[in-house]
Design a protein around this ligand. Structure first.
Ligand SMILES: C[S@@+](CC[C@H](N)C(=O)[O-])C[C@H]1O[C@@H](n2cnc3c(N)ncnc32)[C@H](O)[C@@H]1O
Length: 239
């Protein structure tokens, strides 16, 4: 009798535990939209980490994106730097590099943004999110150049030739969040990238950017992973 009761308890224990976990998630989701979003994000981040492990062996994980940018800079030869930033908003990345990382190093900075925010909704955020009301970042004019409007219109053939004919090492920052402009840019520049150029994807964990990264990885150029954070990925062109 005692034995049978024990067996039954063992049978049901794992099921009960799994049910409790599901119950916890259901209750949390019912409790608040914010909690529901956090749980969804945690799922995506965990899926991103599994994808990273499967796609690149031994990829270096860093907690902060700023540390990953520093790693990017340190991995480049001591040549002039060409930064091409896709998705600027209020200019956090430019300010961070200018204040903390560039000191006397010669560089050119090209930044593309509507400066009126996202052209369409993304992850529950309405169009216009990240707007700087048309204002460009307050950074030195000689080194920083800003291109206002949809990148599909502002990144002309002439501008592409100019950005890719300067001698130096290039870092491309992708932070448009949306698939369409990210895809447009990569299709426009893929054949102009040199071995050693770096590509940073700020939202690689999200479906929009990841779809473009997957296309990139299955295309005719080769890439190695330099590092990642919980949500971002840094690649180097290797062939
Ligand atoms: C997440 S924000 C950039 C954040 C910024 N890199 C930072 O770290 O603070 C995304 C930006 O992409 C811009 N953007 C999205 N699609 C665009 C497009 N097709 N053309 C130009 N800018 C676009 C939005 O205006 C928005 O400012």
């Amino acid at each position: 009798m005692l034995k049978r009761r024990k067996v039954r308890a063992l049978d049901t224990a794992p099921k009960t535990f799994a049910l409790m976990r599901m119950e916890f998630v259901v209750r949390a989701v019912q409790l608040s939209d914010r909690l529901a979003e956090m749980i969804r994000n945690a799922g995506e981040i965990s899926e991103f980490q599994s994808w990273l492990r499967a796609s690149f062996s031994g990829i270096h994980y860093l907690r902060r994106r700023e540390t990953l940018w520093e790693k990017a800079l340190n991995s480049l030869p001591d040549t002039p730097l060409i930064f091409i930033e896709f998705g600027v908003a209020k200019g956090y990345i430019g300010h961070y590099f200018f204040t903390n990382l560039l000191s006397e190093r010669p560089f050119h900075w090209f930044g593309f943004d509507t400066f009126t925010g996202l052209p369409r909704a993304w992850r529950g955020m309405p169009p216009g999110t990240f707007s700087s009301d048309g204002m460009v970042p307050d950074l030195p004019d000689g080194q920083f150049r800003w291109f206002k409007g949809l990148v599909q219109e502002t990144m002309t053939e002439d501008l592409i030739s100019e950005m890719f004919s300067i001698d130096g090492s290039r870092i491309l920052f992708f932070d448009f969040d949306l698939r369409e402009p990210t895809e447009f840019v990569l299709e426009s520049v893929i054949d102009l990238l040199s071995v050693g150029d770096l590509l940073y994807f700020d939202e690689a964990f999200d479906g929009d950017e990841r779809a473009v990264i997957n296309q990139l990885l299955s295309g005719h150029r080769s890439f190695e992973a330099i590092g990642s954070t919980a949500t971002a990925l840094l690649l180097r062109v290797s062939a």
